[in-house]
Ligand binder design. Structure first.
Ligand code: GH3
Ligand code: MG
Ligand code: MG
Ligand code: MG
Length: 292
């Protein structure tokens, strides 16, 4: 975990850095408030910052207030570092958006226990974020998360004049799998299919559960023929696998439809609609196949 620390007093900064690195944290240092602000903007995945109250340019309280008002949806745990002990000052710091404060001169034990509180909240938040983006049954991205990802990739691709492809994959005759295996057996097949699809993809690709037994795969940088190749690889992986069930092994197949954004200004919904139409053709054409 990375912590941003900001203090205009080099000695105090070095002391804080010393403790934190000794406890295994990665530390980013800022020597004044403006530098701290710029580092906060450049590293939007920072989850914890310790900011000296009094710094030239932008002070710690101003940073807290600016972050909370300008980026209210951003999660970051903020600790103020201060020699102020007046209760009204402390309350003002917390009112500005700080989560906690540390008194100067820094006490090692107090730092350790307050950091423990911070970690509990930061880790809990990270777990909530993770759960809210993943499908509980299969562990792949959920529908909202995979759509968000597609929006992001399309934006990036438009700026870089690159392609993004979408593959929709739907398990064939899944209702009869449920009918013969029971709902729990069907769930197991869903989990296995998701795992195998994910294992077949490159790290830059992503798979999400679009609905019931339908998966959406986002392939950044892939044109339509590369997407067709990827979809065929996925089809074969599922068709060639043996799926465990209570009564021996089970054959499962998927039908897939692919569409690509290249050369056209598709928005996410259009692209998914295209891929869905191709999937429909794959079903009509006999299932266990890929259509474009
Ligand atoms: P096709 O080849 O045309 O896709 O036929 P199908 O039977 O796969 O498609 P259909 O849409 O008719 O049925 C999908 C079934 O998936 C119906 C629904 O009960 C089941 N299903 C949806 N979500 C879940 C789930 O989370 N667990 C289980 N076990 N079944 C689910
Ligand atoms: Mg200072
Ligand atoms: Mg189906
Ligand atoms: Mg379906």
């Amino acid at each position: 975990m990375t912590i941003l620390i900001a203090d205009d007093d080099p000695l105090s900064l070095r002391r804080l850095q010393h403790y934190l690195t000794a406890w295994g944290y990665d530390v980013i240092c800022a020597g004044d408030g403006l530098q701290a602000w710029n580092l906060l903007q450049a590293n939007d995945d920072l989850r914890l910052a310790i900011l000296d109250w009094q710094m030239p340019g932008l002070d710690g309280v101003e940073i807290c207030r600016k972050l909370r008002t300008e980026q209210p949806a951003r999660f970051i745990y903020l600790m103020l570092l201060t020699s102020k002990s007046d209760r009204r000052d402390i309350a003002a710091g917390i009112e500005a958006g700080a989560d906690d404060y540390l008194r100067k001169p820094l006490d090692e034990h107090e730092l350790a226990v307050r950091l423990r509180v911070a970690r509990r909240i930061v880790d809990f938040h990270a777990e909530l974020i993770k759960q809210s983006a993943h499908d509980a049954l299969t562990g792949v991205w959920n529908r909202k998360a995979i759509f968000d990802l597609l929006h992001k990739e399309l934006g990036r691709a438009a700026r870089a004049n690159a392609a993004v492809s979408v593959v929709m994959a739907d398990i064939d005759h899944f209702k009869s799998i449920n009918d013969t295996q029971g709902h729990q057996g069907g769930d197991r097949v869903l989990r296995d299919v998701a795992r195998r699809l994910a294992a077949c993809l490159r790290p830059s690709d992503a798979v999400g559960r679009y609905g019931g037994e339908e998966f959406m795969i986002v392939l950044p940088g892939c044109d339509l023929s590369e997407a067709a190749g990827a979809a065929e690889r996925l089809r074969r992986e599922i068709a060639d696998s043996e799926f465990g069930s209570v009564c021996g092994t089970l054959q499962v197949t998927v039908s897939l439809g692919a569409a690509s954004s290249i050369g056209q200004c598709f928005d996410a919904e259009d692209l998914v609609r295209e891929a869905d139409a191709a999937l429909y053709r794959a079903k009509r054409g006999g299932r266990n196949r890929v259509e474009l």
